[in-house]
Design a protein around this ligand. Structure first.
Ligand SMILES: *Cc1c(COP(=O)(O)O)cnc(C)c1O
Length: 228
């Protein structure tokens, strides 16, 4: 096996172990491979290895890679980064899922970009798990109002919550707060059951806290090359 294949297999085995340890069925987890900084060709290699969910955190890179590769049957692009409102149309035309909706205006822009009859866009509401209000995500106290707003957007489908654990805290504690946010969201949108959490350093803790969508980059792709 080449390096990419063996790293992918290793991570998948660790995901299975973490799920079993948490008493969860591994088949209920979606592993998204974050390909940011890497060439579009890594997505094609991953696709050949069976990967169908890939993630990007910048609109330009998402658009370039999606265009370079062209449509591949069943491949889903997940947008996981901070989004500017004026990039909403470009994001929507490339991504199947947007994990980082954190304000009404962004939701409105993504919604307006679907007015040409596109299929509904799956979105997650990003919650800021840090104490720094400048970081991406809605404050937990603002989640309910955001959820009410996004639930009213005609072409968006609210699927759940997304969070990034702070660097200076035990990830298990942060993911527990996200789990509470998920419950609160389900009080408003009952079928919004997705929890997008867990990266290379903390996916086992995220699985223990109920994550359904893992966003794993460097453990699978190898170290990221410098951004060109
Ligand atoms: C880069 C990134 C990841 C993946 O990070 P790794 O530590 O390489 O697994 C996950 N989520 C977001 C939002 C990212 O930007």
């Amino acid at each position: 096996m080449d390096d990419l294949a063996s790293r992918l297999a290793d991570v998948d085995a660790r995901i299975t172990d973490a799920a079993r340890a948490a008493g969860r069925d591994p088949s209920g987890l979606t592993r998204i491979v974050v390909t940011k900084f890497h060439d579009a060709s890594i997505v094609e290699e991953l696709y050949r290895l069976g990967v169908r969910d890939v993630g990007e955190n910048r609109q330009q890179e998402l658009t370039q890679k999606a265009e370079a590769i062209g449509p591949l049957d069943g491949l889903r692009w997940h947008f996981i980064g901070q989004a500017q409102t004026n990039k909403a149309r470009a994001i929507r035309s490339a991504a199947s899922v947007v994990h980082s909706v954190d304000r009404d205006r962004l939701a409105d822009a993504l919604d307006a970009a679907g007015d040409d009859g596109a299929t509904d866009l799956d979105v997650l509401l990003q919650v800021n798990l840090t104490a720094d209000p400048g970081r991406g995500g809605v404050q937990p106290g603002g989640l309910a109002a955001l959820a009410e707003h996004v639930a009213g957007c005609r072409t968006l489908r609210v699927r759940g919550v997304m969070g990034v654990a702070p660097l200076d805290e035990d990830p298990a504690a942060a993911f527990e707060r996200l789990r509470v946010c998920s419950e609160r969201l389900r009080g408003i949108v009952p079928d919004a059951t997705w929890i997008s959490a867990g990266m290379t350093a903390d996916f086992a803790e995220a699985i223990a806290a109920g994550a359904t969508h893992l966003r794993i980059g460097s453990a699978i792709t190898g170290p990221r090359p410098p951004r060109g």
